[in-house]
Design a protein around this ligand. Structure first.
Ligand SMILES: Cc1cc2nc3c(=O)[nH]c(=O)nc-3n(C[C@H](O)[C@H](O)[C@H](O)COP(=O)(O)OP(=O)(O)OC[C@H]3O[C@@H](n4cnc5c(N)ncnc54)[C@H](O)[C@@H]3O)c2cc1C
Length: 442
């Protein structure tokens, strides 16, 4: 019997597959699409995601494939005004090596994740979809579009916003439709438009047409209301911007709703990514949250496959459902305000699991508190220097739990996903960036 059947090879499914491959779990990763995803869609990688991509061993190619967010240039007739960037420009520090929003077309992020999966001996089975499934206490039995029947210990629905897995489970997908408008996202070659800025054309009714230069390509990402492009994409872009579209590399449409499930797990079936939550693209959160769902789930599912405590797998929903709820509120308010001011609001560095049952409130016997200075159980561990001069994050690429010791005897137990499970004694100093004197992996 297979350990895990992963349905959908977007950012969530790929991340989960890498996490299972790193731990020697037997899985299959299927995607109904015959081709890898080709669009720039989710192009904003947040600082917390970059830390996780470092743990996954792909920070280098991700940094090489992208750039900081450019400034926005707002066009008003013959005049234009340069406004700030959606991203921050903080200097990197020892504790926060990736402090800024980083732009990488989604197709490139997915390609880099697929290559990492291949390195680990895994693969995406393209052109194979899930048709239906049933589960009992012992297993999940899935019927695939190629006629196969697969039996697996667990099924992970990473199958996007229209998730068949979510619908088949009969889960509520509560939320609201923010407006009934449809928007277009497309990757275009445009004649004579400079690639220094992200160009914005405001229109009547508060609508805007965006053309953002995509790193590593000759393309711009278009985002615009479909109504503006009613007479054809090329004609609409020409009318609003005065520029000619010379090639359409990819295009799609999207609506503006905020919805989330109220359960991430039903028996042996789990949901991750857009399958569990959808929201407007404002704030660049979707891919990031989807990838982090899978990052949270991966080690817990591997433990469950190996007979570990079910309470650990249950903590997946306990930790990620509150994140989804906050995500919906944030993206709704950004969508409605139409503000382009982000600062650190969207960088996800403040996301933590301090309220999780896995964040041990009670420290080890003999110790007195669950905090060390600015760190608490449930926080993601900032990077630090090790006694041998290397970076902590270099060591955290191993898929194991770790124990860190500081010079004054404060000990910190890290979960395999780099979040702090336990802090062994109280202290009031600052530990973000302080040198770690000893590290032991389990
Ligand atoms: C205009 C726009 C801009 C965006 N910008 C950002 C941004 O800047 N930052 C950000 O974080 N996010 C952004 N997003 C959101 C981001 O694109 C999504 O949140 C992300 O793709 C979700 O990843 P996923 O893996 O959960 O799902 P998906 O990427 O949708 O992948 C799901 C996969 O499942 C497959 N599948 C579906 N059904 C089946 C089936 N029955 N059997 C087998 N396979 C199946 C599909 O083929 C697909 O490959 C943006 C979205 C839009 C529309």
């Amino acid at each position: 019997m297979l350990d895990v059947l992963i349905v959908g090879a977007g950012p969530a499914g790929l991340t989960l597959a890498i996490e299972l491959a790193r731990r020697g779990i037997a899985f299959r990763l299927i995607d109904q699409s015959p081709e890898p995803f080709a669009g720039s869609r989710g192009k904003g990688l947040q600082p917390r995601t970059l830390e996780i991509l470092d743990h996954l061993g792909v920070a280098e190619p991700i940094l090489a494939a992208g750039c900081l967010y450019p400034d926005m240039r707002v066009h008003m007739g013959p005049l234009s005004l340069r406004k700030g960037s959606l991203g921050t420009r903080h200097p990197a520090t020892e504790a926060r090596p990736y402090p800024n929003l980083w732009m990488v077309p989604q197709s490139e992020t997915a390609r880099i994740l697929r290559e990492r999966l291949t390195e680990l001996g895994g693969q995406v089975e393209l052109g194979i979809g899930l048709l239906s499934f049933a589960q009992d206490e012992a297993a999940v039995t899935a019927v695939l579009t190629n006629g196969e029947t697969v039996t697996a210990a667990y099924l992970a629905g990473c199958d996007g916003g229209r998730s068949l897995v979510r619908k088949a489970l009969g889960l509520a997908f509560d939320g609201e439709t923010l407006d009934d408008k449809t928007s277009v996202v497309a990757d275009l070659e445009i004649e004579g438009l400079d690639r220094t800025d992200w160009h914005v054309w405001p229109m009547k009714g508060g609508e805007r047409l965006h053309l953002c230069p995509l790193p590593g390509t000759d393309l711009f990402q278009l985002q615009a209301p479909q109504s503006v492009l009613a007479n054809g994409l090329e004609a609409g872009v020409r009318r609003v911007t005065g520029h000619r579209v010379t090639r359409i590399a990819w295009q799609s449409t999207y609506g503006h709703s905020t919805r989330a499930v109220d359960r991430y797990r039903v028996g042996r079936v789990l949901l991750a990514g857009d399958a569990a939550h959808i929201h407007p693209p404002a704030g660049g959160q979707g891919l990031n949250t989807s990838l982090q769902d899978a990052w949270n789930l991966g080690w817990k599912l591997a433990w469950a496959v190996r007979g570990g405590p079910q309470a650990v797998l249950d903590s997946y929903e306990q930790e990620r459902l509150p994140v989804a709820r906050r995500l919906l509120q944030l993206t709704k308010s950004l969508h409605e305000s139409r503000s382009t001011k982000r600062g650190d609001l969207t960088n996800q560095l403040d996301q933590n699991y301090r309220d999780s049952p896995l964040a041990a409130a009670a420290p080890e016997p003999g110790a007195t508190a669950a905090r060390a200075g600015d760190l608490a159980a449930g926080d993601h561990m900032p990077d630090a220097r090790l006694a041998d001069g290397r970076r902590l994050y270099d060591r955290l690429r191993a898929p194991q739990a770790a124990q860190l010791e500081y010079r004054d005897g404060v000990r910190i137990l890290l979960r395999p996903d780099g979040y702090i499970a336990q802090i062994s004694s109280a202290d009031t100093g600052s530990y973000a960036g302080a040198a770690v004197t000893r590290i032991a992996m389990d």
